[in-house]
Write a protein that binds this ligand. Structure first.
Ligand SMILES: [Zn+2]
Length: 298
């Protein structure tokens, strides 16, 4: 979601994907543009500069450097037409110090919004290509096409497009309380909104009802859409919902959750005001954080 005063983290990249300018000669022209910039990744980690921004280079700097396929990936064009590429560097690269590559989950909260969105888009595209490197129709190796926007199987001529997996994430309300849960392995005290993948043949509302029933044994209704978030770990679309219930009793599914609790609006407000440590709030770059903020502001 992007409004005049709020951009959901990992959204708001504002790139023109230039769908009709992706022939081989177009891509060559963009690579030769003196304004062209490329972000660099390694195993999904973006290269950062000393100032905490993305480490940007002109694509010419990649000549002679060992880059992974697909290459080049044209992420899109900025408002002023500047082409933005992404390259994934091999572990033995010598272009920049190895410790420039940083885990995006750890730095997302400090990155500029546009850079976070662009790096997330690149991460998802590379991850998809690596996990779909062989044709699902005939099993032969695919090649990247259209500047990294899809892959093509030269053996059976099938085109494969990057997929995004829809996930519902819901704040369950019972009057003035909301239900939050925690998964095993989370940092101590961390609680967040429940979430789960949408299953084939299921609407968003049905996924919300099923997931809350499966995870905490609570029947919900009246799910309403609030906002969404692209989540590049590896490529989900988080669909933020608020739903209602009149039930209180939690029946925890230990395969899904380690704990789940009701928190009053006052308790959540106090945590967000840093006046309480009743739980650790979800990080600012997550949609769960913004769902809770949205509820508090209603
Ligand atoms: Zn094939």
């Amino acid at each position: 979601m992007t409004t005049d005063n709020f951009t959901m983290p990992f959204a708001g990249g504002h790139l023109d994907y230039a769908e009709d300018k992706r022939s081989i000669s177009d891509i060559k022209m963009f690579l030769a543009d003196p304004r062209a910039q490329s972000i660099l990744l390694q195993r999904g980690k973006p290269a950062m500069n000393q100032q905490g921004g993305l480490h940007l280079v002109h694509p010419d700097a990649l000549k002679g450097i060992n880059v992974a396929q697909p290459a080049p990936v044209l992420l899109g064009l900025k408002d002023n037409g500047t082409p933005i590429f992404a390259f994934e560097l091999a572990e033995d690269q010598t272009l920049i110090p190895q410790d420039s590559f940083q885990e995006m989950r750890f730095i997302a909260g400090r990155m500029k919004m546009k850079e976070l969105a662009i790096a997330g888009r690149a991460r998802s595209l590379f991850q998809w290509f690596h996990s779909h490197h062989f044709c699902s129709a005939c099993g032969k190796e695919t090649i990247s096409a259209s500047g990294g926007m899809y892959s093509h199987c030269p053996s059976c001529m099938t085109d494969h497009f990057p997929r995004v997996n829809p996930v519902v994430i819901m704040l369950i309300l019972n009057g003035d309380k909301c239900l939050l849960g925690r998964s095993p392995g989370w940092p101590p005290g961390a609680y967040s909104a429940l979430a789960g993948f949408v299953s084939p043949g299921e609407s968003i509302e049905e996924a919300c009802v099923r997931e809350t029933q499966e995870e905490v044994g609570i029947n919900t209704h009246s799910a309403r859409y609030v906002f969404s978030q692209p989540w590049p770990f590896p490529s989900q679309l988080m669909i933020g919902l608020i739903c209602e219930t009149e039930e209180n009793e939690i029946t925890l599914n230990p395969k899904e959750l380690e704990d789940a609790k009701w928190f009053s609006r006052d308790e959540v407000q106090a945590v967000f005001n840093k006046q309480s440590d009743a739980f650790t709030r979800p990080p600012r770059f997550t949609i769960a954080h913004h769902l809770l903020r949205h509820w508090l502001s209603e």
